[in-house]
Design a protein around this ligand. Structure first.
Ligand SMILES: Nc1nc2c(ncn2[C@@H]2O[C@H](COP(=O)(O)OP(=O)(O)OP(=O)(O)O)[C@@H](O)[C@H]2O)c(=O)[nH]1
Ligand SMILES: [Mg+2]
Length: 317
């Protein structure tokens, strides 16, 4: 079995801390994405990290300070470029106020294609997606009839990526819970790992702004998963991920049954069982500021019932 590489050793709950704030004089400058990961593991907030990665330092500092002042985070002088053809899949359901800002934010940090998978959002998110796609050839849209769940939205996104020859496929929420400035770090970490997970439960990772109930639910789901199927992954429900398309192509995606958080648990488990390398990098997960959560009791029940069955359903290879 290929090396199963779980990045960090110890979780740290900073959930009660206030949302990260940054000012220009607090900038932390690092040379590359590997150094950025080490800094975040040590406790640096990536919202004030300047990753040079080829940028000239004075210009990079100035651009980051300007980006922070404008509320856009530590913006690079130009978007980073991954050495792989990359597709970021964003599932949307009623995200009309988030969609345009999140796509613009992604393109500030990474030059990448984006696929929006909208399930006929009643609030008109689909029409916004069409407008964005018409204006930028890097943006694509899949429209589906009615709310069909996060799991099948991602499976449709994976099929789109595999048909079109992408090399990396990322998952990202529309609601800014996943910081756009963490996206290049996520993708670059995939050099030697078929799955990279932006993780709240490794050293340096945390949740910001969640109440006790949400923290308990997320922690509980992860503890339950670890004790039930014990794959070694710490943040099984995380929705900020980067897969190698070639690894996805080797999985039996038609057999994936889960919809909600359980989808993320099932995909991580399938990757581990297939012998792929899984790496967790720390992120600060920020509670959504705009729009409504789609998390409900049905999603939690699905995970509770499905996880014990995975051990029998997912073959080791
Ligand atoms: N296409 C599609 N997208 C969905 C569906 N359910 C949720 N989403 C999207 O999936 C992403 C994650 O959903 P959220 O509502 O943020 O769920 P969550 O992150 O688990 O919950 P919160 O942390 O409370 O925000 C968001 O971009 C949603 O718009 C669905 O049934 N279909
Ligand atoms: Mg969310």
């Amino acid at each position: 079995m290929a090396q199963h590489q779980i990045a960090a050793t110890q979780s740290k709950d900073m959930s009660a801390s206030p949302a990260p704030r940054s000012t220009a004089d607090e900038l932390v400058v690092v040379a590359d994405f590997a150094a950025a990961e080490q800094a975040v593991t040590r406790g640096v907030d990536s919202a004030r990290l300047v990753v040079l990665a080829g940028q000239e330092e004075a210009a990079a500092r100035a651009a980051a300070a300007q980006g922070i002042a404008a509320g856009h985070g530590p913006t690079p002088t130009r978007p980073h470029a991954a050495p792989w053809r990359t597709l970021v899949v964003i599932p949307t359901y009623n995200e009309k106020d988030n969609l345009e800002p999140i796509v613009a934010a992604i393109h500030r940090y990474l030059d990448t294609d984006v696929l929006i998978v909208d399930d006929g959002s009643p609030d008109g998110t689909g029409a916004i997606a069409d407008r964005l796609a018409a204006a930028d050839p890097r943006i694509h849209v899949l429209h589906r009839q009615g709310k069909q769940g996060l799991g099948t939205a991602y499976l449709a996104g994976f099929a789109f990526a595999l048909q079109r020859g992408y090399e990396r496929v990322c998952e990202m929420d529309a609601d800014f819970s996943h910081a756009p400035w963490d996206l290049p770090r996520l993708v670059m970490a995939s050099k030697d790992s078929e799955l990279v997970i932006g993780s709240r439960y490794v050293r340096g990772g945390c949740t910001v702004g969640w109440d006790f109930r949400r923290r308990l639910l997320s922690r509980g789901a992860n503890l339950y998963t670890r004790f039930t199927i014990g794959s070694g992954v710490r943040d099984n429900t995380a929705g900020f991920r980067c897969f190698w398309a070639s690894a996805l192509a080797k999985l039996d995606l038609a057999a994936v049954s889960a919809q909600g958080y359980a989808f993320q648990i099932e995909m991580a488990y399938r990757m581990v069982r297939a012998g792929f390398r899984v790496r967790e990098i720390p992120i600060h997960f920020i509670d959504r500021q705009v729009g409504k959560s789609k998390m409900d009791g049905k999603i939690a029940r699905e995970a509770l019932l499905l996880v014990p069955k995975l051990r029998f359903r997912v073959p080791r290879s």
